[in-house]
Design a protein around this ligand. Structure first.
Ligand code: ADP
Ligand code: ASP
Ligand code: MG
Length: 408
């Protein structure tokens, strides 16, 4: 008999019909003797709906009142699933994050799981119950309800799997697994049988929202085998685990894209020590995270400085930059929200030279202009204009033959 933590995303529990299908499946697995913890998201669209309500009453909703509001979506779905399981004759208990012993730390609306007190969960599992836990939420030291950031139910599931010692963590979603690129953007994208934690970390970190980044970090840290599968299909999905000894590594595992960034530029500043710190210091003090940074030095001894931030921070960052620009006597400060970051990811890239130039050539031939570049051992990212996104991803998918089987 196996012990699984299974997570069902919003689309998988979007209606009572879908919840009933999930309940039947769990009932069957429970009847076969499996030990089951089920983590649920709010019903599809519900978290967005709650957020839009908050925005109707406040221009900048945040803090613990927003946490309380957003956490209510998951309460509805877990209660409905427990009722559905009980109606099928399957013993089930629904627990909020707090009731499940999930203790968090850090900022409101993006709290991190610090510790899980398993006693109650283990007790219920030993009684033979299916335990249904609200994803995306916990409680901080002062007893306040917290939420874990968008997509946070993935992290709840992996953290529970690690803490309870489950055999595998299953993430059920609306696609059949992790693909070589977002299948909504590239119809020929291929499901991957297997990915290493390292590759999935990059894919998630670079924008593939199929798994929240923090969930992959937990899985790697505690060595939890993670499987992404379709909630209503029957395939084996994608297994994310440590690198197997005999694993044949393709050069490129996949392509990630991120639409959540914006680009800012300050040009014509003096090229001298301390200028980069003067520009980025106030941005950091405003708690704005900077991702890519590029500096170009012109022949006239002045420099242009370009960086990216989250789109939500764009207006604030631009305001700060305009002020700094004034102080530094910059020629111009400007920004662009309509950009995307597209990245090639693969541990096999380590041993292959020439990937970057092939990437740039393919994009140039397709008429795609690159405005920023950043590389690491296992990824190459470019920033391009948002209208080029589809072309960019599709051209690269083709150039690197990602539709052809990697494990063949
Ligand atoms: P859930 O509601 O189940 O948490 P999400 O919307 O968070 O589902 O994640 C699934 C979505 O992730 C897919 O519908 C797909 O559009 C998107 N996605 C982005 N990149 C990938 C990828 N490489 N492989 C699979 N899905 C991807
Ligand atoms: N319901 C939350 C969201 O939509 C958490 C999750 O689904 O993982 O982001
Ligand atoms: Mg998700």
């Amino acid at each position: 008999m196996s012990f699984w933590v299974q997570k069902y995303g919003g689309t998988s529990v979007a209606s009572t019909e879908k919840l009933l299908t999930v309940a039947e499946r769990l009932h069957e697995q429970h009847s076969q003797g499996h030990r089951l913890v089920v983590v649920l998201s709010a019903m599809g669209g519900e978290t967005d709906h709650l957020l839009s309500l908050a925005r109707q009453v406040s221009s900048e909703p945040g803090g613990s009142a927003l946490d309380l509001l957003l956490s209510s979506g998951e309460r509805v779905s877990i209660a409905l699933l427990a009722l559905a399981l009980q109606a099928l004759g399957c013993p089930a208990t629904a627990l909020t994050g707090r009731q499940a012993g999930i203790l968090t730390e850090g900022q409101a609306n993006k709290a991190r799981i610090k510790n899980i007190d398993n006693d109650r969960l283990n007790g219920l599992l030993d009684e033979g119950q299916v335990v249904v836990v609200a994803g995306f939420q916990g409680m901080d030291e002062s007893g306040r309800v917290t939420t874990l950031g968008r997509g946070g139910s993935d992290t709840t599931a992996v953290a529970l799997a690690a803490s309870l010692g489950a055999d595998e963590c299953h993430i059920y979603t609306d696609v059949e697994g992790v693909y070589t690129a977002d299948p909504r953007l590239v119809p020929e994208a291929r499901r991957l049988e297997h990915l290493t934690y390292e590759e999935m970390l990059e894919m998630s970190g670079l924008g593939s929202k199929v798994l929240q980044l923090r969930s992959v970090l937990f899985a790697e840290k505690y060595n939890v085998p993670l499987r992404v599968l379709s909630a209503f299909g029957s395939g084996s999905g994608t297994l994310i685990s440590k690198e197997a000894e005999n694993m044949e590594q393709a050069t490129i595992a996949g392509i990630a894209h991120n639409r959540d960034e914006a680009q800012l530029t300050i040009s014509g500043v003096q090229d001298m020590p301390g200028v980069a710190a003067r520009i980025l210091g106030p941005i950091a003090e405003a708690q704005i995270e900077v991702d890519m940074i590029v500096q170009n030095v012109g022949q006239d001894g002045t420099a242009d400085f370009t960086f990216t931030v989250h789109r939500n921070d764009y207006a604030k960052a631009l305001e700060i930059l305009e002020q700094v620009g004034g102080e530094l006597g910059a020629r111009e400060t400007c920004g662009n929200r309509d950009i995307v970051k597209v990245s090639l990811v693969g541990v096999g890239m380590r041993s292959h030279a020439g990937i970057a130039s092939r990437m740039f050539r393919a994009l140039a031939d397709a008429g795609v202009n690159i405005s920023m570049i950043s590389t690491s051992e296992i990824k190459i990212s470019v920033v391009v204009g948002e209208p080029s996104l589809e072309t960019c991803v599709q051209v690269l998918h083709k150039e690197f033959g990602l539709a052809d089987a990697r494990d063949a």
